[in-house]
Design a protein around this ligand. Sequence first.
Ligand code: URA
Length: 426
Amino acid sequence: MSAFAAVDVIRAKRDGGVLSEGQIDWVVDAYTKGLVADEQMSALAMAILLRGMTAPEIARWTAAMIASGERLDLSPVARPTVDKHSTGGVGDKITLPLTPLVAACGAAVPQLSGRGLGHTGGTLDKLESIPGWRAALTNDEFIAQLRDVGAVICAAGDGLAPADRKLYALRDVTGTVEAIPLIASSIMSKKIAEGTGALVLDVKVGSGAFMKNADDARELARTMVELGGAHGVRTVALLTDMSTPLGLAVGNAVEVTESVEVLAGGGPADVVELTLALAREMLHAAGLPDADPEAALRDGRAMDAWRTMIRAQGGDPDAPMPTANEVEVVTAAEDGWVAELDAYAIGVAAWRLGAGRARKEDPVSIPSGVVLHKRRGDRVRVGDPLFELRAEHAERIPAALAEAREAVRIAPDAPEATPLVIERIG
Ligand code: URA
């Protein structure tokens, strides 16, 4: 007989109580083993969403999720290790240029990434646009590439935080994703189990992000920074704007192309700005404050690291990107300024074109997506191209067009400039 009953744990949280360490350890372990049923964990997740958790409860819950699986040992890697995690957004391809850039500056970057779901894209889906590139590595391959190349982006193996894998899928279908204690423990359990020495969090705020307002984003960031510190991982967070897409490209192949432009020393100013801001934070956290990421972008070292990283996983960095059969260019119907270009609506449009998936098992379309010709704050005249929609199949275009048109508002005056990096927490 077990020392606890799931229904007592649920009742305790439902009534606003604080769960004991024993209750937390037991419920996470029993759920992972299938001894606590999905409907019981759903009820507990909802109680946590409504009642919240204290800092010690979140710390214990995170530790229990880490303990549900293996913890990688990155000690064979001589360089300092530092990772970045973004809470997800539209056009957020920063991992692609950032990982080789930070590696080119002397750190090792163990990036365990995910796939896109809904309106936000996934790093692995984007990289799979590159012919031959392989997302699945064994733990030994992961550590060997980190040691030899200093940069690796791959799928997280099944052994890391299996409790989170199960719980996240359950939260996804029970309206309990948005609980800050559950988001923070979910993200940090995977990052701590991965074995990184330092971590920089890019917590997105705005219509295209999980967190729609700065107060919630700040609370999430603070919670994760504390969790990292408590587990010996130097952690800082940047709150960054996700009310409008990052860069000009939203999709899979189109985002790889834009990332390569950044590595070649060009690319959109906001993508370059955020890549450099995160690179500086990562290098600082890794104990390499004198490294100069701007120089590494300029002199081709970051591009060299990218090519080596892609080749190490079977990809051909010189292969042309697949192109879409169907392209629809939308032009401005009036003169003025782009006052709004909504990230969420553009993300949904890209998803409707086929760039994203509705269910975990769906395939994604590599060449589909949205390419912006204008950004928020740009001047436009009647007939100027605003954006183009790219798809493999013409029937995908109308629904995406309806969504993307709603994203753009043209006004007679220029909008006020807003900062990309809103705040630093750490
Ligand atoms: N990403 C995660 O890994 N977990 C969450 O709960 C939310 C976003």
